[in-house]
Design a protein around this ligand. Structure first.
Ligand code: GLA
Length: 433
């Protein structure tokens, strides 16, 4: 781990010396970060012992082995006041030594993340980094952190800031570039801006990920609302920069097993960061098994395709309808190993879900496909032209990986499938009808 980190740091260091701040930020974080964030389970009730205990659980439960290799602090780690020389200070009782914390996390095999704010204060009222960007970035570097989440609370008055939203965040990007030049350390930088100012249009110029919506809550209503927001901006996501749908609430609140599976699937397949926000001391084996679905994690971490899945049909609503209760239901996208489909049943009762294969732009006409179910982990035969998922549970999900499996049988009628039928034409110009 240390060797790897030194190597990455060295490579990025060489890279950064000759490039702009934007390129530096784009030089890290090719794939979505996976790990833990302490906010949703513990809010301000955090301390070093709890964080290290959480890291132990991540190791013990095999979460580190399947890729969850970040442990990130969120708000409330600091003293309320800076030092006389303006340094931010970690809470002397709860976080007596940040260096000790990051050393121990690194020794366990994790990267360590910290949190600050682009305004005067964090959302919980601790010191923000506005006008202290470089000083704080140096402090975080000297404490051994690798990742920085940067929030949007306590925005300074217009006549002080005299910047747009991109300028406000870029102040820290510039500071991190200075740190990289001085020390060779590069942070993974994660914007938390809640989608106020179309962050999906500019986030990629400066960060690994950007929050697109309000804080998640552990209820189905919150999940569908976030999925609805994501459905319209999937094009923003690719390797090195992506929509962040907020933390994983698997095992929290009133989410059922089927709802938790839908939650994990949607977050993983839109290539969002996968940051667990559950108390691992009390999580059930059933919920843990959702977080550890390696076939779905493999799609989130696809080294070839960084793009998100996208809806090809909204389903209950006409296409492109904004509906926070019934978001788009039929999604697909390319992956290293085939075309992936996600079908979400937003109804409160089971439903059959049908699609023509060529509704997905990633499917080839005239080819049949083998079908693998990424939740049952079974091969489910061959799909010719269409597929129906029977009895998808209420608020449940089906994930299928389709691989080319030779030509479809000869002589199938009609000669064109799906939408192509309305333009289906023989070489001599005869229209099929
Ligand atoms: C905001 C963010 C949350 C969390 C809290 C901490 O609400 O959106 O994710 O970081 O601040 O105060």
């Amino acid at each position: 781990m240390t060797v790897l980190k030194t190597f990455i740091t060295a490579v990025v260091g060489i890279f950064s010396a000759a490039t702009s701040a934007n390129a530096i930020m784009n030089g890290v974080g090719k794939l979505p970060v996976m790990g833990y964030n302490a906010w949703n389970a513990f809010a301000c009730n955090v301390n070093e012992t709890l964080i290290l205990q959480t890291a132990q659980y991540m190791k013990e439960y095999g979460l580190l082995d399947v890729g969850y290799n970040h442990v990130n602090l969120d708000d409330c780690w600091a003293m309320k006041n800076r030092s006389a020389t303006g340094e931010v200070i970690s809470d002397t009782i709860r976080f007596p030594s940040m260096n000790n914390l990051t050393d121990q996390l690194h020794a366990l095999g994790f990267y360590a993340g910290i949190y600050s704010d682009s305004g005067w204060f964090t959302c919980a009222g601790y010191p923000g980094s506005f006008m202290h960007e470089e000083q704080d970035a140096m402090t975080f570097q000297s404490w051994g952190f690798d990742f920085l989440k940067y929030d949007n609370c306590a925005i300074p008055f217009d006549d002080i800031i005299r910047e747009g939203i991109t300028g406000k965040y870029h102040r820290m990007v510039d500071a991190l570039a200075v740190v990289a030049e001085k020390t060779g350390t590069t942070f993974v930088f994660s914007l938390c801006e809640w989608g106020w100012n179309q962050v999906w249009l500019w986030g990629a110029h400066m960060s690994h990920s950007w929050r697109i919506d309000d804080d998640i809550a552990p209820h189905w209503k919150s999940l569908t609302s976030i999925i609805n927001s994501a459905s319209f901006i999937t094009q923003a996501t690719n390797h090195y920069g992506r929509n962040d749908l907020d933390m994983l609430e698997i095992g929290n609140g009133d989410l059922s097993y089927d709802e938790a599976k839908s939650h994990f699937t949607a977050w993983a397949l839109v290539k969002a960061p996968l940051l667990i926000g559950t108390n691992l001391a009390t999580i059930s084996q059933e919920m843990l098994s959702i977080l550890k679905n390696q076939e779905i994690i493999a799609i989130n971490q696809d080294p070839v395709h960084g793009t998100s899945i996208s809806p090809f049909r909204w389903g209950i609503n006409p296409d492109w309808t904004y509906n926070a209760t019934h978001p788009a239901q039929y999604w697909s996208g390319p992956s290293e190993n085939g075309t992936v489909f996600m079908l979400i049943n937003t109804l409160s009762q089971p439903a059959d879900m049908f699609f023509n294969l060529t509704e997905s732009p990633w499917i080839r006409a005239g080819i049949q496909y083998s079908v693998r179910d990424l939740w049952t982990h079974t091969d489910n035969g061959t799909a010719v032209r269409s597929f129906t998922a029977m009895s998808v549970p209420a608020h449940g999900v089906v994930v299928l990986l389709l691989k080319e499996d030779g030509n479809e049988p000869a002589g199938l009628m009609p000669p064109c499938a799906g939408e192509a039928l309305s333009q289906c034409t023989a070489e001599d110009g005869t229209r099929y009808s």
